[in-house]
Design a protein around this ligand. Structure first.
Ligand SMILES: Nc1nc2c(c(=O)[nH]1)N[C@H]1C(S)=C(S)[C@@H](COP(=O)(O)OP(=O)(O)OC[C@H]3O[C@@H](n4cnc5c(=O)[nH]c(N)nc54)[C@H](O)[C@@H]3O)O[C@H]1N2
Ligand SMILES: Nc1nc2c(c(=O)[nH]1)N[C@H]1C(S)=C(S)[C@@H](COP(=O)(O)OP(=O)(O)OC[C@H]3O[C@@H](n4cnc5c(=O)[nH]c(N)nc54)[C@H](O)[C@@H]3O)O[C@H]1N2
Ligand code: SF4
Ligand SMILES: [Mo]
Length: 779
C-alpha cells in the first residue's frame, strides 16, 4: 500500500554537468529515493544521483550559522550564531573594506557548474558582486574548459559549438571520458554508435569511453598538438579537405607579408578588405562583408606573390609549410602512437562525413593547452563541418533575461581583475585564478586582497600549490564560507553559513546542454526535500546579503519567485505555468545551419572574428605576441618520460571517478565503497620496475611535494605513467575510514605535488595532467 505521506515529483539532478531528469520520492517531505525519469529528454541516473538521500540526510551536514572564536591557525572552536547576526556582520565588513581599500579587495568564488548546483544561483552571486564592484571571481576556468569554450573564439569567433552526435558519421572524443563524467553525453554517444556512427577516442588511458571506440588513439601526455598537426598534414597531402569552405569562409586564401606577418591589404583599405591571389597569381581584392560566391571562383588557395616592396604568400601556403615536418614518422616518435594507427586516423578523417568532436579536461590541463586547442580548431576547419548538420552546430537557445549582468559593474573595476595584466587574452578575461588570488593575499600585489566570500568550492585540494593557498587563507583578514559540509577551507573561515542542498532548494533550468531537443526544454525544480536544520538555499543567502547591502530594487526585494519570473519574461512564461507542468515544457526552437552564410545588409553575416572569416591565421594573436598559426609546444613531460636518470622520471596525471565529484562525496558510504582509498594506477611493467604489488601503499613524490596512495595495477594506462585523483581529504565514519590531511605529506592531496613554475602562456592553465613524479614503496 502506498504511504499517504509519500510524494513522487519530476525534476532534475543538479549534482553534475549532466542534469539528469529524475523522479524524487519523498516521505514526510524528506527525500527517500531518487529514480530516473524515463520520460525526460535527459532521463537517467548515476550512483551519485541515487545517493542523494544519503547526502542530504548525512550527519556531517552543517546545520547552523557558525562563527569562529579562536584565532586563525588554531582550532576554530565554532560558536552557533543567529542568521541575522551573520548577515549583519558580513555586510558591515564588506562595506568597511570597500570604503577603505576598494571593492576589489574582496574576492568571491563558488564550485564549478560542472559538479554542483551553482548554475542556478551563481549568476545571482555575480550580480551581487557586480553591484558591490569587485571583478575578482576566482574560478577553475583556466584548467576546466577555457581552451575549448574561450580559446576557440580566436579561431571560430565563438566557443566550440555543440557536437551534433545525432547526425554525425564520425565522432572524435578528445581527452574526455563521458562514461564516468557526463552520463548524458555518454548516452548520446552510445545512441550514435547504434545508428552506425564511428567513434574515435583520443586518450592516453583506455577508459570505458575509449574501450567503446572504433579507434582508440593513446598519445603521450600533452603531445596532442603534434598528433593534430600530423592529421592536418595528412589531410592536405591527401587533398582531403573542404577546398570550397576554406576559400569562401576562412582566411586561408589571404596573402600574408612574410616579413611582418601582417595581411596584405589594398591601398586606402577598409578594415574588412584584404588581398588574395587571382588565377594569374596577381593580388585580388576581397571584401569579407560580401558574399564570397561573388569572388571565390577567381582566387587561389595556395601561392606566393612578390614585388619590389613585399614578399608574401597565402595563409594556406604558410599552413602547409608549418605542418610539413609533421610526417607520420615524426608524429609517431613524439606521440608514441604506432604508424598504422596514425594512418587509420588520417583515413577516417578523410572519409568521415559529417564529423563532429568534443574535447575536455585531457586537452585543458597542460602548459600547452591553448595552442593544442587552436590546432584542433584548425584541423576541424579543414573538414568544413563547422555549423553544418552532423558537425558542431551553434544551437539556438531559449531567450531569458540576464541575471549576472556585466553592465552592473563599472568598466574601470572590471579592468582591475587579478591576472589581467599578465594574461590579457586568457582566463583572467572572465575570472581570476587560484594562484593569482593566493599571490594577491600573500604579497599584496597588485593590491591588498583582504576578504573572501566562498559559496562552496574547495580551493585547497583543487588548486596546485596547496601549501601556498593554506598560507593565503590563514592570512586573509576576513573569510566567509557557505557550504553543506565542512571542507579544508572552513578551518580558516571567520564565518561558516549552512547551505541547503540542491535537493532542498528551488531551481530553474531553461535549456539543458546537449542536443536541440534538450536545448528546448525548460523545467522548474522545486525544493524536493525539507531544508535540514537552519540551512538556507544559496540563492536565499545571496538575497539576504543583497537586501542588507541595500540592493532591494536590483534583487526583487528578496522575492525568489519574482526573480524567476523576471528571468522567464522573454519566454512569455511564468513560474506558475511551469509549476503546473512539473515534467517541464519544451518550447520549439529552430536550427539554422551555416549561419555565417546568412544574407545580411546586402552581404553575409560572416564570423565574429577580426577578419569576419574563420581564422586559420590570427593576426590578432600575432599582435599579442603569440604564434599566428598552430604549432607544437612541448609539455612538461617531454623529454623526461624518456630520461631514466632524471629524479622524477614518471608522468603524473589525474582523472575523475564516477563515484565522486572532485573533493566531494568521500563521506558517503555508498559511494566511498566504490573506492575506499586514494589510489594510483600504474602499468604492471612499471610496477615490476618498482617491485610493487597490487595493494601496496606508496609515497608519490614530485619536485613540489608528496602524498600517499595505494597501488592498483592496470593495463589501461601507458608504461611510465602514474594516474591518481584530486580531492582526497574526507573521512567516512560509516566505513570507519580516516581522512587525509590535505596539507601534509601523510595526506593524499595530489595538488600538493603540482608546481606552477610553468603555465600555459595564454590561458594560464596548469600542468595537472602532465607533470612528473617518482614513486617510493612504503615499508
Ligand atoms: N563523476 C564526475 N563527473 C564530473 C566531474 C567529477 O568530478 N566527477 N566533474 C565535472 C567537471 S567540472 C568537468 S571539467 C568534467 C571533466 O570531465 P573529463 O574531461 O572526462 O575529466 P577527466 O577524467 O579529468 O579527464 C578526461 C580524460 O583526459 C585524459 N587525458 C589526460 N591527459 C591527456 C592528454 O594529454 N591528452 C589526451 N588526449 N587526454 C588526456 C585522461 O586520461 C582522462 O581519461 O567532468 C564533470 N563531471
Ligand atoms: N589535480 C587535479 N586538480 C583538479 C582537477 C583535476 O582533474 N586534477 N580538475 C579541476 C577542475 S576541472 C575543476 S572544475 C576544479 C573543481 O574545483 P571545485 O569546484 O572547487 O571543487 P569541488 O571539490 O567540487 O568543491 C566542492 C565544495 O563546494 C561545496 N558545494 C557543492 N555544491 C554546493 C552548493 O550548491 N552550494 C554550496 N554553498 N556549496 C556547494 C561542496 O560541499 C565542497 O565543499 O578542480 C580542478 N582541480
Ligand atoms: S550523472 Fe549523476 S550526479 Fe550527474 S546529474 Fe546525472 S544523476 Fe546527477
Ligand atoms: Mo571542471
Amino acid at each position: 500500500m502506498m504511504n499517504t505521506s509519500e510524494k513522487r515529483r519530476s525534476g532534475f539532478c543538479s549534482q553534475c554537468v549532466s542534469k539528469c531528469g529524475v523522479i524524487s520520492i519523498t516521505e514526510n517531505d524528506r527525500l527517500k529515493k531518487v529514480i530516473p525519469d524515463k520520460s525526460h529528454p535527459n532521463g537517467g541516473i548515476c550512483p551519485k544521483g541515487a545517493s542523494a538521500p544519503q547526502i542530504i540526510n548525512h550527519p556531517d551536514r552543517i546545520l547552523f550559522p557558525l562563527k569562529r572564536t579562536n584565532p586563525k591557525g588554531e582550532e576554530p572552536k565554532w560558536k552557533r550564531i543567529k542568521w541575522e547576526e551573520a548577515i549583519q556582520t558580513i555586510t558591515d565588513k564588506l562595506k568597511q573594506i570597500s570604503s577603505e581599500t576598494g571593492a576589489e579587495s574582496v574576492s568571491y568564488t563558488f564550485p564549478t557548474v560542472g559538479a554542483s548546483g551553482s548554475f542556478n544561483w551563481g549568476p545571482y552571486l555575480h550580480r551581487l558582486m557586480n553591484l558591490y564592484g569587485t571583478p575578482n571571481y576566482i574560478s577553475h576556468t583556466n584548467v576546466c574548459q577555457w581552451a575549448r569554450d574561450e580559446g576557440s573564439k580566436y579561431t571560430y569567433g565563438v566557443g566550440l559549438p555543440q557536437p551534433d552526435f545525432e547526425h554525425a558519421n564520425l565522432i572524435l572524443i578528445w581527452g574526455h571520458n563521458p562514461a564516468d563524467t557526463n552520463l548524458q553525453t555518454w548516452k548520446r554517444l552510445m545512441g550514435a554508435k547504434k545508428r552506425g556512427s564511428k567513434l574515435v577516442v583520443i586518450d592516453p588511458r583506455r577508459t570505458t569511453t575509449a574501450a567503446a571506440a572504433d579507434l582508440w588513439i593513446a598519445p603521450n601526455h600533452g603531445t596532442d598538438s603534434a598528433l593534430i598537426l600530423g592529421c592536418i598534414r595528412f589531410l592536405i597531402e591527401n587533398h582531403s579537405f573542404d577546398h570550397k569552405f576554406l576559400l569562401n569562409w576562412t582566411n586561408a586564401p589571404f596573402l600574408v607579408d612574410k616579413q611582418t606577418g601582417k595581411f596584405l591589404r589594398p591601398e586606402n583599405h577598409h578594415p574588412y578588405e584584404f588581398l588574395a591571389l587571382d588565377k594569374n597569381e596577381k593580388p585580388y581584392k576581397i571584401d569579407t562583408r560580401e558574399d564570397p560566391q561573388t569572388w571565390s571562383e577567381n582566387i587561389l588557395l595556395t601561392g606566393e606573390y612578390t614585388n619590389e616592396s613585399v614578399s608574401s604568400e597565402t595563409v594556406f601556403s604558410q599552413l602547409m609549410k608549418r605542418v610539413s615536418s609533421f610526417t607520420i614518422e615524426k608524429v609517431e616518435k613524439i606521440t608514441g602512437v604506432p604508424y598504422e594507427k596514425l594512418v587509420e586516423l588520417g583515413e577516417l578523417l578523410s572519409d568521415g562525413d559529417p564529423i563532429s568532436y568534443y574535447s575536455w579536461n585531457g586537452l585543458e590541463q597542460h602548459v600547452n593547452s591553448s595552442s593544442t586547442n587552436r590546432a584542433l580548431c584548425i584541423l576541424y576547419s579543414l573538414t568544413g563541418y563547422f555549423d553544418k548538420q552532423g558537425g558542431n552546430i551553434i544551437l539556438p537557445s531559449l531567450p531569458v533575461n540576464p541575471i549576472k549582468d556585466q553592465n552592473l559593474i563599472p568598466r574601470s573595476q572590471q579592468q582591475k581583475r587579478l591576472g589581467r595584466e599578465k594574461r590579457p587574452l586568457g582566463a583572467p578575461k572572465i575570472s581570476a585564478t587560484g594562484y593569482d588570488f593566493a599571490d594577491a593575499v600573500l604579497n599584496e600585489t597588485p593590491y591588498p586582497m583582504r576578504a573572501l566570500l566562498s559559496f562552496g568550492s574547495n580551493m585547497v585540494t583543487q588548486n596546485p600549490e596547496s601549501g601556498n593557498m593554506m598560507e593565503a587563507l590563514k592570512k586573509l583578514e576576513y573569510h566567509v564560507h557557505v557550504d553543506m559540509f565542512h571542507n579544508p577551507m572552513t578551518r580558516f573561515a571567520d564565518i561558516v553559513l549552512p547551505a541547503a542542498h540542491a535537493w532542498e532548494s528551488p531551481s530553474l533550468l531553461a535549456g539543458f546542454d546537449g542536443s536541440l531537443q534538450t536545448a528546448q526544454h525548460i523545467q522548474y525544480n522545486p525544493a524536493m526535500s525539507k531544508a535540514s536544520g537552519e540551512t538556507r538555499p544559496d540563492l536565499q543567502i545571496i538575497m539576504d546579503l543583497a537586501l542588507e547591502m541595500g540592493y532591494e530594487e536590483e534583487f526583487w526585494n528578496g522575492d525568489i519567485e519574482a526573480a524567476f519570473n523576471y528571468y522567464l519574461e522573454p519566454l512569455n512564461l511564468t513560474l506558475d505555468q511551469l509549476r503546473s507542468q512539473p515534467a517541464g515544457i519544451s518550447i520549439p526552437l529552430q536550427v539554422n545551419y551555416c549561419k555565417y552564410s546568412e544574407k545580411k545588409n546586402g552581404g553575409v553575416s560572416g564570423f565574429s572574428t577580426p577578419t569576419r572569416k574563420l581564422e586559420i591565421y590570427s593576426e590578432f594573436l600575432l599582435q599579442h605576441g603569440y604564434d599566428p598559426l598552430p604549432q607544437f609546444e612541448k609539455p612538461l613531460t617531454v623529454p623526461y618520460y624518456q630520461d631514466k636518470s632524471y629524479n622524477f622520471p614518471l608522468v603524473l596525471s589525474s582523472n575523475k571517478l564516477k563515484s565522486f565529484c572532485h573533493s566531494q562525496h568521500r563521506n558517503i558510504a555508498k559511494l566511498r565503497k566504490m573506492h575506499p582509498d586514494p589510489f594510483i594506477e600504474i602499468h604492471p611493467q612499471t610496477a615490476h620496475m618498482y617491485k610493487l604489488n597490487d595493494g601496496d601503499w606508496i609515497q608519490l613524490v614530485s619536485p613540489h611535494g608528496r602524498m600517499k596512495a595505494v597501488t592498483r595495477m592496470t593495463q589501461s594506462i601507458p608504461v611510465g605513467t602514474v594516474y591518481t585523483q584530486s580531492g582526497w581529504w574526507d573521512k567516512c565514519d560509516e566505513l570507519e575510514l580516516l581522512g587525509f590531511d590535505p596539507f601534509s605529506a601523510e595526506g593524499a592531496n595530489v595538488n600538493q605535488l603540482i608546481g606552477i613554475e610553468q603555465l600555459d602562456p595564454m590561458s594560464g592553465s596548469e600542468p595537472l595532467k602532465s607533470y612528473r613524479c617518482q614513486i617510493y614503496k612504503m615499508s
